[in-house]
Design a protein around this ligand. Structure first.
Ligand code: 6GU
Length: 248
């Protein structure tokens, strides 16, 4: 997976992606990160990339020219890296509260791509004409307003990275964790066996793997029912499990 990020705050992207699991994945070559500063494509000597909105109104708008030049530079980089045009249309994700709301299924779909380009806006937005020319996927990360697209791009890259083969230590964990099958994770415990008078559930100390697996499943279903009943509707439960959770 090769991520390309167009932003006015390149350090924000590099710093966050350089830490923890994504940082290791980059160093080990499972993912790559190409961050491009839109300001490098400013068309004036003051390096300004925003201007007043036509029609008036509050705030500033990012100009089409620098964003488009930045995009062309990213595309040129991809072509060079691939040794010619792959024929595949690269997906350009524009982070905007007006986009489709990001979810795990979208992360799974995007993780299949070889290249992903993220366009992070700032100020009040970006000139619509360049968005129409280059954006394939407008995406939001939820119904609240942020100051820019950097944090949403980081959220998406984090969620996508962990689905790329090799990024997590075990291929299983990305599968079994929260939201696969739309169930929340079961509670987890580690040493000590008793903490502030609270004991670890005895089944986990039993060494009986079948019982433990059944308890995990039960806890996942219970948690989902209590905390996210909306998820339970589309969850993959057996008819027996559906009947059982009704009685809980
Ligand atoms: Cl993608 N951008 C901004 N600015 N705010 C958001 C968002 C994106 N998703 C939720 N809020």
């Amino acid at each position: 997976m090769n991520f390309h990020v167009m932003t006015l705050f390149p350090e924000m992207i590099r710093q966050a992606m350089g830490e923890s699991i994504t940082g290791r994945a980059i160093r080990e070559g499972y993912i790559s990160l190409d961050v491009v500063n839109i300001r490098d494509f400013a068309e004036n000597k003051h390096n300004r990339v925003d201007d007043y909105p036509y029609g008036g109104g509050a705030g500033m708008v990012m100009q089409a020219g620098p964003v488009y030049s930045c995009y062309q530079s990213v595309c040129e980089g991809i072509r060079k890296e691939q040794g010619g045009d792959s024929g595949r249309k690269v997906r350009v994700i524009y982070l905007t509260p007006q986009g489709k709301v990001f979810h795990q299924g979208m992360a799974q779909e995007l993780a299949q791509e070889e290249e992903l380009v993220f366009l992070c806006g700032h100020y009040e937005g970006i000139d619509e004409r360049v968005l129409e020319k280059i954006v394939t996927d407008p995406v939001s990360i939820g119904d609240y307003v942020l100051t820019g697209g950097e944090l949403p791009a980081l959220v998406m890259m984090d969620a996508i990275s962990r689905l790329v083969p090799g990024v997590l230590n075990n291929d299983l964990s990305a599968e079994t964790e929260s939201f696969s099958g739309s169930l929340l994770e079961y509670p987890q415990y580690t040493r000590p066996e008793e903490w502030m008078g609270e004991k670890v559930p005895p089944v986990l100390l039993s060494g009986h793997h079948k019982n433990i697996a059944a308890w995990y499943r039960e806890q996942s279903i219970l948690r989902t029912a209590r905390l996210r009943p909306d998820l339970l509707e589309k969850a993959e439960l057996t008819p027996e499990e559906r009947e059982w959770v009704k009685g809980q």
